[in-house]
Structure formats: C-alpha cells, structure tokens
Design a protein around this ligand. Structure first.
Ligand SMILES: [Zn+2]
Length: 383
C-alpha cells in the first residue's frame, strides 16, 4: 500500500530564501515547458523533453530537477485531459472548458516540486534533510512530524517527495510503501454511521460528534459572508487561508475518529462495516443551515482514512448498501418511516425498540457487514 506522509520543515531564514528561489526557478521553467507543450502539441514527457530539456537545464536547474520539471508539466496535461474527458470542466464549448483549453497550464511560483533521492536525503536520527537548491545543497533543514509518521518514514519511505509551501509553511510530502498486512478473519463487525451532528456513530454506541468542527465551519461561514462583501485582494487571501485551515481541522478530526474506530475493531477482533456513500447528497435531506456544513468529501475522507488505517492493521473493511438503514429497526427488521419520529430518536412502531437514531442505523450497517462478508467469503470458498 502506498501512503503519503507529510512532515513540516523548519528552515532558517537563509534556507527559506534558497527554497523559495528554487521553487520559483522550477516553476518558471515549468511555465516555459508548458508553453512549449501548448504550442507544439507535444505534451508527453519524452517528446516534451526533446524540445525543452536543454533550455530548462540551462536555467540553472540540474539534470534531475530538469527531468522532474518536464515530467510535472507532462503530468499536468495528462490530468487536464482526464478532467476534460470526465466532464469535470463542463461540456464541450462551455466557457470554463474553453478557458482551460485555450492557454497553457500555468504553474504558480510556489507550486509543489518533486525531489528524488539524488536531490533530497533524509537523516532520521537527526531529523534533518539535505536538499538540492538552485543556490547549492542546503543541509540540516530540520523537520517535525508525529511519532507515528516519523516511524513510518524511517522504515518505509521510498521514491520521490514533494516540496510544498503553504501559507508560509514548508512541507515535504513523502511517499511510503507499506507491505500488505494479511486481513484477520473478523469475528463480527463494528458498523459506522456518518452524519452531520455526529460525524461518526458506531454500533457500540460511541458517538464522535463534530461539535468543534461544526463550530469552526460556522465561524468561517460568518467571516466569509463579511469578507465576500469586501471582495478585496487581502480579503480573498484571508478567505483562502481560512478555508485551508478549516480543511486541515476537518482532516485532523477525521484522522482521530478513524484511529479510534480502527483501534477498537482491532482490539475486539472485529471488522468495520461502512456505508457505501455514493448517493449521500441525495439521501441526506437537511434544513438549509446544516446543508451548508455538509461536505460529502469529508465523509469520503473519513471512509478512506478508516480504510487505510484498517489495512495497516489487517482489519477487514466492508462497504454496505446504506438504503433504509435509518428507517429499519435493528432489533426486529421492521422498516417504516414512522420509526424515526425525530432526527435524533428511533422508536420501532412494531416491536417498541428504542435507541438513538444514529446508533440504530450503525447497528443495521454492522449486521449488513456480517451478511455481506459471509456472502463474499462463500464465493471465495467456492472458487
Ligand atoms: Zn422493531
């Protein structure tokens, strides 16, 4: 399994200057290569290299950096093509797509740049990196990260890392290749229901509420409203910064929740059953203020964090059809809209079973997990 581990660099002011100059030089070169790709129509790495390698290298980039710059440009065009094909930029002839197709892909002066082992070396004991820059090799750049991340880096880091500057902070995104852990045969499943008020609720009754996160989102929404009225450049910059901070906070929250759920599953020898979230936007009907806080990507992120943390520990994960999990009685199986008299409560009109609505839903997800696992493994046995 491939994982990206992020560490923060703590460069000195001189080191910052070197890193900034390097990103700028790489991205200037990338814009040159991008313009060439655009005018010649040669957007594949090999063809593009023939046109641009000499010039890119002559701009003070070494052979490695020049190759990475050209590959980065080729990759950007591949991504653009894929996005157009997938319809992400709208249909043919629409303004957004025309804008994207009518000019070269542009790189910001501080856009991320990949570094391979020849340009970047790691000292895990000293927690420093030595990195190639346009002003020579910069040594002893300190880095920090969580204990788990640092351990993973020291053991499994392999291949390229991206140098990223974000809101004045410097990061390395390093790729780790982690060997597969065999999946333990689960003894039952923990069901996980995702929602707004409670980000995740388990069939054991653990509710991970999003109070902190929802408060941050609410505050930012108010701020956005005030700043958008201004529409100045500095207001826009502040907005962008806030949005990123909110995304980081949401990711931290999701990491913590995912970790707790996976730890509990591993401790009790169970697997994890998740909702298949394909249609969450259609399924969740909310009053307007809540609809604004609904970020379906946040649910997907939680699902993917759970999936990879589970894979690291050999915990089984299964995705189940979420249809009617909120209206179905987890005790007797009776399905009725009236079982759910309010957002928070579940009360079965047939057998009288009562439970918090999210816990009831999570219990349904858990039993669907058990059934789904049995079916998929019956198929395995027959094969
Ligand atoms: Zn019932």
């Amino acid at each position: 399994m491939k994982l990206v581990v992020q560490v923060r660099l703590l460069p000195t002011p001189e080191q910052v200057a070197a890193l900034e100059a390097t990103l700028r030089a790489c991205n200037d070169a990338a814009n040159f290569a991008s313009a060439t790709a655009f005018t010649t129509g040669d957007r594949r790495e090999y063809a593009l290299r023939k046109h641009t390698y000499r010039e890119v290298k002559a701009r003070g980039l070494g052979a490695q950096a020049a190759q990475h710059v050209i590959k980065k440009v080729a990759d950007a065009y591949t991504t653009l093509k894929a996005n157009i094909r997938a319809g992400n930029l709208g249909s043919e002839g629409c303004a957004r797509r025309i804008r994207a197709e009518s000019k070269p892909v542009a790189f910001r002066a501080d856009a991320a740049q990949p570094f391979d082992d020849r340009c970047l070396s790691w000292d895990h004991t000293a927690r420093t990196v030595s990195i190639w820059t346009t002003t020579g090799r910069v040594k002893n750049v300190a880095f920090v990260g969580s204990l788990g991340q640092l351990k993973m880096l020291a053991v499994y880091r392999k291949g390229e890392s991206d140098l990223v500057c974000r809101d004045g902070m410097w990061f390395l995104y390093a790729t780790c290749e982690i060997p597969d852990v065999p999946v333990t045969e689960p003894d039952g499943f923990i069901g996980v229901d995702v929602g707004i008020a409670n980000i995740a609720t388990t069939s054991d009754g653990a509710r991970h509420c999003g109070k902190g996160l929802n408060a941050v989102r609410h505050r930012n929404r108010e701020l956005r409203r005030r700043l958008q009225a201004k529409a100045t450049k500095s207001a826009k910059r502040l907005l962008k910064k806030r949005r990123r901070r909110e995304a980081r906070f949401a990711a931290d929250t999701n990491h913590t929740i995912a970790k707790q759920i996976v730890t509990e599953a591993e401790r009790t020898g169970r697997g994890i059953a998740l909702e298949d979230l394909g249609g969450i936007r259609d399924r969740v009907r909310l009053r307007k203020p809540q609809r604004v806080t609904l970020h379906s990507w946040s649910f997907h992120q939680l699902g993917s964090f759970i999936a990879y943390k589970a894979a690291l520990h050999g915990v089984a994960v299964i995705h189940v059809d979420p249809a009617y999990t909120s209206q179905t009685c987890s005790a007797c199986g009776h399905v009725d809209k009236a079982n759910r008299p309010s957002q928070a409560t579940f009360s079965c009109t047939s057998c009288g079973f009562a439970e918090h609505a999210d816990v009831n839903a999570a219990r349904n997800i858990a039993s669907r997990g058990v059934a789904g696992w049995a079916v998929s493994h019956a198929a395995d046995d027959a094969a």
